[in-house]
Write a protein of this length. Structure first.
Length: 149
């Protein structure tokens, strides 16, 4: 046996890539109109879907840009509000600790004293809120309309 002789397995292995080509030619030979229509319709559908994907991606890019601006604005807003709210919350924490210390030291009278101090805190917060709303534009009219003064 020489090197030029090929085994059946080797022949099949070398001819295997041609199977797809022969299948395509066979399909074309059986029904050329269906083959060409299938080829063109596949191209048209792929083009339409590609264009739709482009449109959707463009719209999503716009929304992502707007959302990015909102994200940046939210970070700036939170940072600026923290400079105002941190001292207020700190004062509330100091008041709460003072009330807790007083209630614990009062013994059996602790619950009524705690209720009274909580009522005073709520009333002071209410009056402060009404005063702040009254300083806003149209806030004074709203406070008078609702009879909150």
């Amino acid at each position: 046996m020489s090197d030029d002789d090929l085994s059946a397995t080797e022949v099949v292995r070398r001819l295997a890539p041609l199977v797809r080509f022969v299948d395509t030619l066979t399909e074309f030979a059986r029904n050329p109109r269906r083959f060409i229509f299938g080829f063109i319709s596949t191209y048209l559908v792929a083009t339409a879907l590609g264009f739709g994907e482009y449109l959707v991606s463009s719209i999503l890019l716009v929304f992502d840009t707007v959302a990015g601006y909102f994200r940046g604005s939210a970070i700036l807003l939170v940072t600026s509000l923290q400079t105002v709210t941190t001292p207020i919350l700190g004062a509330g924490r100091v008041f709460t600790n003072a009330v807790a210390t007083t209630v614990m030291a009062a013994g059996p009278l602790g619950p009524p004293i705690g209720a009274a101090l909580t009522a005073l805190l709520l009333y002071a917060t209410y009056r402060l809120l009404i005063a702040v709303i009254g300083e806003l534009p149209l806030g004074s009219s709203l406070v008078d309309l609702l009879g909150l003064r």
